[in-house]
Design a protein around this ligand. Structure first.
Ligand code: SAM
Length: 282
């Protein structure tokens, strides 16, 4: 692919604005236009949605999102050095790109979305994971977003989509699987980034489940923290850290006391969370 718009090539933009990648901000920029277009396509239909892109950097992915037909894109970028490059894109697509300078962890994204929203992000993995958890744990469900298309280190992506019995299955997989359906769409080689990161990345696409098994989030988090905190131990042992006798909880949830966390389905953890709440009120 040679060009997707009449703007200068990204490498020139980066040079012109002196955007040397900063490690402290987790900056690894994607220059490959085929890949940015593929990520934009992965998000689904863009027209008719507010597209929130977190961490646009010099705007490679932003340009792909706009070229793919997004009518309203809101980007949130922490590094003010990137703002002139983003302003240039905004001028090229009048009225379609809004720029917010700031820390995405502090921005109220639900307030930005008018109508259905899709979130797209290529973020440092610690910020990405923290945001993912905040998007999955919003009080209102279904949430304000209709999809999340996120890039993670492959190892983190595997934890998000993991199923019971898999090594990567843990607290993140239970939380994500409880409220969403998530799929690893494709991997991205370190070579596609400037500078190249140490590990392979994966693009994960996540959509909200319509019928979520009812339970209290705090209780689900409590039982998964206890169970996976000692993942090699049997539940009758690991659940003692909840401060209750695990026996009656496990019986009420219909789980074997000798089972280990990594074999318990999401339904099992939900049953356990509800048993914990019943034991508190009963
Ligand atoms: N999206 C661009 C791309 O794919 O080439 C840049 C990706 S780079 C891995 C991550 C970007 O997120 C950087 O531009 C960085 O400045 C920004 N960033 C890091 N932490 C952030 C935060 N807390 N809030 C908003 N942006 C952040």
């Amino acid at each position: 692919m040679s060009a997707i718009d009449d703007l200068p090539p990204l490498s020139e933009v980066v040079r012109e604005h002196g955007l040397s990648a900063q490690k402290s901000l987790g900056q690894n920029f994607l220059f490959d236009l085929n890949l940015t277009a593929k990520i934009a396509r992965t998000a689904g239909t863009l027209a008719g949605h507010t597209i929130i892109e977190v961490g646009p950097g010099p705007g490679g992915l932003t340009r792909a999102i706009l070229a793919a037909g997004a009518e309203r894109v809101v980007v949130i970028e922490r590094d003010r050095r990137c703002l002139p490059a983003l302003e240039q894109i905004s001028a090229h697509y009048p009225g379609r790109l809004e720029i917010i300078e700031g820390d995405a962890l502090k921005v109220d994204m639900a307030a930005i979305a008018s109508g259905p929203a899709r979130i797209i992000a290529n973020l440092p993995y610690n910020v990405g994971t923290q945001l993912l958890v905040s998007w999955i744990t919003t009080e209102t469900w279904p949430p304000f977003w209709s999809s999340l298309t996120l890039m993670f280190q492959k190892e983190v992506a595997e934890r998000i989509v993991a199923r019971p019995g898999e090594d990567a299955y843990g607290r993140l997989g239970v939380l994500a699987g409880w409220r969403t359906r998530s799929t690893i769409m494709f991997d991205i080689s370190p070579k596609a980034f400037m500078p190249p990161p140490k590990v392979t990345s994966s693009v994960v696409h996540i959509v909200p489940r319509e019928n979520v098994l009812p339970c209290r989030l705090a209780s689900l988090e409590a039982v998964t923290a206890a169970a996976f905190g000692q993942r090699r131990k049997m539940l009758r042992q690991s659940l003692k850290s909840l401060g209750r006798d695990p026996g009656p909880l496990l019986e009420q949830a219909g789980l074997e006391p000798t089972a280990r966390a990594e074999t318990i389905s999401i339904e099992g953890f939900v049953a356990l969370a509800n048993a914990l709440d019943n034991s508190a009120t009963g």
